[in-house]
Ligand binder design. Sequence first.
Ligand code: NAD
Length: 260
Amino acid sequence: MLKGKTAVVTGSTSGIGLAIARAYAAEGANIVINGFGAPDAIEKERAGIEADFGVTARYSPADMAHGGAIAAMITDAESEFGSVDILVNNAGIQFVSPIEEFPVEKWDAIIAINLSAAFHAIRAALPGMKARKWGRIINTASAHALVASPFKSAYVAAKHGIAGLTKTVALEAATFGVTANAICPGYVWTPLVEKQIPETMAARGLTKEQVINDVLLHAQPTKQFVTSEEVAALAVFLASDAAKSITGVILPIDGGWTAE
Ligand code: NAD
């Protein structure tokens, strides 16, 4: 379905981004993966995508905290593959703390990586998409783009910001065959969620089991974690021609969380 297309997926060395990158490769797209991690592990994932799906996969080490590196990642992908047709702004970090004690440098990092990085990548990729009259911009937002939780001020602010950015880009690109949508997962069991459990235990004075059952899954009426593969399947659909009239949508995949 995506043969001949190129997808750049930020934050795809792990979790949801890796699942999306693999799902696009399974549909025939060439892939640029990005993110941090041990060089051996990243190379194994990159080579695995090529071996499993017969596409070309490249790795960009661009730090999503730096606008210049983000723009260069897009330019490099366009030079190598001829186009960036699908852009998934997925890289993200979390920090959990009451706002009075929230470290200022954590606020700045979360706004940079979870919000401003998407602006820089879209700014660089949109001209090519508009010129070719086809493009898909998919932002991994969160249920926290629609509702808040205590102790996540920076994350909730950044994800609400992504919702506004998505709608604005959708309007600007609407007549150019380019869609922009935000996927809003509920809790997905990935390293990002695992890492915030100790912080939430400390912020709320709870045990690990209490955090999982009474904080995380408490929010989700299905009482189950969403899977990365489910999120990836949605990203594949939004990249398809069948989804060309879906744009500017802030779409929950959250087990009913935001229905409450
Ligand atoms: P993860 O920790 O497994 O993956 C995050 C990815 O981002 C990794 O590849 C990491 O290396 C990369 N990354 C972090 N900082 C970076 C930087 N400065 N530059 C480049 N790459 C960087 O997390 P995940 O759960 O897969 O999260 C992916 C996205 O999904 C995030 O935007 C997150 O906010 C969102 N999300 C996750 C959940 C969840 O429950 N896991 C729910 C809703 C939304």
